[in-house]
Ligand binder design. Structure first.
Ligand SMILES: Cc1cc2nc3c(=O)[nH]c(=O)nc-3n(C[C@H](O)[C@H](O)[C@H](O)COP(=O)(O)OP(=O)(O)OC[C@H]3O[C@@H](n4cnc5c(N)ncnc54)[C@H](O)[C@@H]3O)c2cc1C
Length: 407
């Protein structure tokens, strides 16, 4: 059978879309292409947080779908994606109490379990925290961490078992269309792959394929980064994720060390035109190649929460591009102007979390089913007037990361 559904990009979005299409019995119609090995873009660099605690019900639902998919992958496909239900603490000074109370109320109303904890209960779960650093805490026991690479690979393997074909080392040069309808893609070597449906899931590079179609996507790749300390006995594996929104930081124990990320006040943004195909060794900011300046700024506040940081030092630094949108919404949907063209991108640092929800939504749109969430705010064509390569627009996306609320 001719493969008439073509997915560009085999990161976690492309893999989850292929998996969802496979589950609808369309696997033998799907070809997924990537110029690099699967999951070697942003996906393999992610910190692995899968968190449902969010103010927006659509984003909550996308995340909920991923938690359900992880269960199904385990029971139905025998896939262990390194998922641990470690829970999440949201802690801070007294001034954070109203914000924490509001998030707790929103999530409880949505059926997400959560509660207040006192200081002793927090320290029992996270003995590495300094008691003097925080006054209030909420706890959500069902939040998870996964291995992003394993989750992405599990979607892909499941999709392949259901008939999806993968082609790597395959560089899409542009998406072809005629009379308002997609006709396929042209590869850099001149080959044409015909298709009636094309999904642009090309991650940080999506705009390079979308802009020539007069469909600028309102997003830009912003540097995301996290660090892993040396090991310490108090860093119990299985301890919860801790969000410290007053210092825009999160942390979680990882292999007996602490993995932590900080959102900078002025994040580094790059144009997709300057992003190489292979991210290995790419330097986002020549003036601060290893994020050391950002870490230096955040160091004192971090030490207030985690005094041992100074003693343990930093063992690893991980960085990669996350697509931020000025409105904080992902970009998922079909083009109005070119039928058969769909986009899945704009993850705002949460693509692992949203993956199965995005996969389901795109599959529903392809099949003509009623979407399981109201996807209007995710519309790829919601900002057709922007130039996504314009420096002022890039800065608006960086600002979106700096001011993003927890989750
Ligand atoms: C440091 C860091 C930490 C993060 N932590 C988390 C976290 O804890 N939780 C969470 O939910 N999210 C997290 N994220 C975000 C998450 O990693 C991304 O949202 C997600 O991986 C995006 O997946 P993707 O499939 O859209 O992109 P990618 O994984 O980048 O995949 C895109 C693919 O498209 C391919 N491609 C591009 N152009 C072409 C072309 N022309 N032809 C063929 N192939 C092409 C690329 O080779 C690539 O493989 C983090 C991101 C970073 C960088």
């Amino acid at each position: 059978m001719h493969r008439d559904i073509l997915i560009i990009g085999c990161g976690i979005f492309g893999a989850a879309i292929a998996w969802s299409l496979g589950r609808r019995g369309l696997g033998r119609r799907v070809l997924i292409v990537d110029r690099q090995p699967p999951a070697s873009g942003a996906t393999s660099r992610a910190a692995g947080l899968v968190t449902q605690v969010r103010a927006d019900p659509v984003l909550q639902a996308l995340a909920g779908e991923t938690l359900a998919a992880i269960k199904l992958l385990k029971t139905g496909f025998s896939e262990d994606v390194g998922c641990h239900r470690v829970g999440a603490l949201h802690i801070g000074p007294l001034a954070q109490q109203p914000a924490l109370a509001q998030m707790l109320a929103t999530c409880t109303a949505a059926g997400i379990r959560g509660q207040w904890l006192d200081q002793a209960q927090v320290l029992a779960r996270s003995p590495w925290l300094a008691p003097a650093a925080f006054d209030v805490a909420t706890y959500f026991p069902d939040e998870c961490v996964v291995d992003p690479y394993l989750l992405s690979s599990a979607y892909l393997r499941g999709a392949q078992q259901m008939g999806v074909r993968l082609r790597v080392d395959t560089r899409v040069a542009h998406i072809r269309h005629l009379s308002g309808a997609v006709t396929g893609v042209a590869l850099e070597d001149g080959t044409v792959l015909p298709a009636r449906t094309v999904v642009n899931a090309a991650g940080a590079w999506s705009n390079l394929l979308s802009v020539p179609l007069s469909l600028p996507l309102p997003m830009a790749p912003v540097r995301s980064q996290y660090w892993i300390t040396g090991r310490a006995p108090e860093l119990n594996p299985g301890g919860p994720i801790v969000f410290m929104s007053d210092i825009r930081a999160y942390a979680r124990p990882e292999v007996g060390a602490l993995l932590f990320g900080v959102r900078e006040s002025a994040p580094v943004v790059v144009s997709p035109q300057d992003l190489p195909e292979n991210l290995q060794g790419f330097v986002y900011d020549m003036a601060d190649p290893d994020g050391w300046d950002n870490l230096a700024q955040a160091f004192a506040p971090l030490c207030r929460y985690f005094p041992a940081l100074e003693r343990l030092g930093i063992a690893h630094y991980i960085t990669g591009p996350s697509n931020y949108t000025p409105d904080g919404q992902p970009i998922v949907g079909a083009s109005d102007s070119i039928s058969g063209l769909l986009v899945a991108s704009g993850c705002n640092g949460s693509g692992i979390t949203y993956s199965a929800g995005v996969g389901r939504l795109i599959a529903e749109l392809i099949c003509g089913d009623t979407p399981f969430v109201d996807a209007r705010r995710l519309d790829p064509a919601r900002a057709l007037q922007i130039d996504p390569f314009d420096p002022a627009f890039l800065q608006a996306c960086a600002h979106a990361r700096a001011t993003k609320s927890t989750g």
